[in-house]
Design a protein around this ligand. Sequence first.
Ligand SMILES: [Fe+2]
Length: 235
Amino acid sequence: MKHKYLDEIKKLEGSPKIVKLFSNKEIKDILDLYNSLPITVHNKKQNIIKKRWLQNYNKSLDTMYISKLKKVLGEFKMDNLKSEKGEDFFGLFHESFSPLKLHVDSGFEERDIMFKQVVTPLSSIGETVIFKNRWYGKSTSFTIDKNELKFTPEPGQNYRSCEHLGTEEFDEEIYRKYLTHIDINNLRGLKVELVYKWKVGETLIMDRSHIHSSSSNIVNKKLGLTTFTKKKMEI
Ligand SMILES: [Fe+2]
C-alpha cells in the first residue's frame, strides 16, 4: 500500500526537532509509570521489552502528557493502537538491549494522515540515526536478506522491503561510528539527516515518514518512550 493523502502528509513535514518538554519530576513520574505497567512484549530474539502506556494508571500524568504534546504538535490524534476498551494507548515504552535496525514507523492505514513521532529518552546512553530518505508505504523493516524478505507480517507487524535502496555507497566513516549492526549494503543510497544523542530531559520530534534506526552504540540497555501520532482527516 501507499499512503493515499500524500499532499496532506507532506504539507505537515519538517526537520526533526529537539525540545525540552518535561521537568525532572515529570520524567521521574513517567519512569514510575513504566515500572508499574505490565509487560506486553518480551522479544528475546530482538532482546527487547515493550510496554504500552495504559491510561488511568496515573490520571494526572495522562493529562500532563497530552497537554505537553499539544503544545508542540497542535491538534493531533494518537496512533499507538487501542486497548480492548477502545482507549488509546499513549505510547510505547521500549527497553532494548541490542540496537534496532533500519525501519520506518509510517503506520498501516492508507487513508491515515501520518504525522509526528515523539521520542522521549528515559536513559541517557543511546542514539537515534535519522535518514533524509522517507517512506510512504506501511510500517516496514528494511533488509536485503532474501529469507527475511519472504516474511509475512501479522496485523500490526512491520512489512519487509528492500525498495529503499539507492545506488550510492553509504558513507564509511558514519557507518563505522554508528551503524555496524546493519549490513552496509542495506544502507545504499541513504543519507543521514541527524544523529540524535539521547539526553534525558529532551524529546525528539520527527516525521513518521523518516527511515531511521538505533545506532550500534548501546551500553547495557536503552529505555525510551515513543508516541505515534496522526492528523484528523479534514478532507
Ligand atoms: Fe522507530
